[in-house]
Design a protein around this ligand. Structure first.
Ligand code: MLT
Length: 285
């Protein structure tokens, strides 16, 4: 298929139209970004801008989020991962470097467990390999009831303080407003269906030792949703994985401290691409 380059492109995948951005040189390594819940592909804008000179950078809106259609199927992490594989097949992408934040990380871990050969490296940001504990499932159930009773806006305002480090709530007002707007545009139907999918997801901790590609685990020091301990647990189980704990950041590390996030990501990518090309250059991660 002839490549289209730009923003807000569309592609038919698994009976839905997926909206995506695809920028950077044709023959460069591909980095594919998966956003968290309930955001959209624009949460990766700062990384796409920063990397697009040297890498082909792609981000798409997950089913029901942003400008991608919701379709008729029940949401699940399996179906989100099937969409990822369908999307990659359509664009003929092989061995991509997959970078997922939180729910994006759940999808990445699900996909690599089933389609290991499709990925060349993995970046797991502010995510975890465990399934929801009963009390978290209960909180999600209450959240669904709350959305149906009080609407999307209240859910969004209740969620914001948990997403960011307390210092970001003061220092990053513009970025937080942008996230707030994205969240508010998400339909109640998508919010509820995704909360249900998150509650029903399977653990992937038992699959981590089978991962053979280079892995970078990134987490905000103040992440309250998927705290550093969850990242350390993943790093310890993945052979050779590197862990970066980012200061001045909560759950949305790439937005709260983009400079440090981009530095860590670029260092990892540089190391990975040198290795892939067979060079002997050694970089201290
Ligand atoms: C996310 O950012 O994707 C969510 O916080 C994930 C979750 O609630 O488990």
């Amino acid at each position: 298929m002839k490549r289209c380059i730009g923003k807000n492109l569309t592609l038919a995948v698994n009976n839905i139209l997926v909206n995506y951005n695809d920028e950077g040189p044709d023959n460069a390594e591909v980095i594919l970004f998966l956003h968290g819940f309930p955001f959209n592909k624009s949460m990766w804008d700062m990384q796409m801008e920063n990397l697009k000179e040297d890498y082909r950078v792609i981000a798409y809106d997950i089913r029901g989020h942003g400008s991608t259609e919701a379709g008729n199927d029940d949401f699940s992490i399996d179906i989100f991962a099937n969409d990822l594989i369908g999307f990659m097949d359509k664009l003929e992408l092989k061995k991509v470097i997959l970078c997922g934040l939180s729910m994006g990380g759940y999808i990445a871990l699900n996909a690599i467990a089933r389609y290991a050969h499709s990925f060349g490296a993995l970046v797991l940001c502010d995510t975890q390999c465990t399934a929801d504990l009963p009390e978290v499932k209960e909180k999600r159930k209450k959240a669904i009831e709350g959305i149906l009773k009080d609407g999307v806006e209240k859910y969004v305002e209740d969620s914001i303080p948990n997403l960011f480090a307390s210092e970001s709530l003061e220092a990053k007002k513009q970025e937080i407003d942008a996230i707030r707007e994205i969240m508010k545009k998400t339909s109640a139907q998508t919010l509820c269906a995704t909360l249900q999918a998150l509650a029903e997801r399977n653990e992937t901790c038992s699959k981590l030792s089978a991962i053979e590609v280079p892995v970078l685990v990134i987490v905000g020091k103040e992440d309250k949703i998927t705290p550093p301990a969850a990242s350390r647990q993943m790093q310890e189980r993945i052979q050779g994985a590197h862990l970066s704990i980012i200061a001045h950041a909560g759950h949305l590390t790439n937005i709260e401290n983009p400079n440090e996030f981009n530095t860590q990501l670029k260092q990892f990518l540089h190391h990975f691409t040198q290795e892939a090309s067979g060079s002997n250059v050694s970089v201290n991660l």
